[in-house]
Unconditional design. Structure first.
Length: 143
């Protein structure tokens, strides 16, 4: 028995079908990779790899490693007891960052700075002097 012409035509296109199948699987892997990156926090907005914490001579800082242009994210600073809350941005800070607002804790030891990247996207350094200690924090800015 002979196959209908439509089936015979499809059976003759195995090369195309295989290439299409491979392209489809690559697309699925790319989408799964994007979802995994988002869940891990690599695209901004939180996640286990999206935030970092550092201690420098008693000053504790936590910040978002991945930020977006035009979106303010919190930078949390905890000072040791008896240390005044002196905050000084270095020269050039305003060219790359905008300080939206600050919030101090009731005891004066906890500070929350809401900063927004305004420079070019890509790897950046967030530098601040807090209580006489220079903080140099790596940040990746997404468009």
């Amino acid at each position: 028995m002979q196959s209908p012409p439509e089936i015979a035509r499809m059976e003759g296109q195995h090369g195309f079908q295989r290439r299409f199948w491979v392209a489809e699987r690559i697309g699925w892997l790319a989408m799964a990779g994007l979802v995994l990156a988002a869940l891990l926090g690599l695209l901004g907005g939180g996640g286990p790899l999206g935030t970092a914490e550092r201690r420098v001579e008693g000053v504790s800082v936590s910040w978002a490693r991945f930020q977006r242009l035009g979106l303010a994210t919190p930078l949390r600073i905890t000072l040791p007891p008896g240390v005044p809350a002196a905050l000084r941005p270095p020269a050039g800070f305003a060219a790359r960052w905008r300080l939206r607002d600050t919030t101090a804790g009731a005891d004066g030891r906890d500070l929350a700075l809401h900063i927004e990247p305004v420079g070019a996207p890509g790897p950046q350094r967030l530098r601040l002097e807090v209580a006489g200690r220079m903080l140099d924090l790596p940040v990746f800015v997404w468009p």
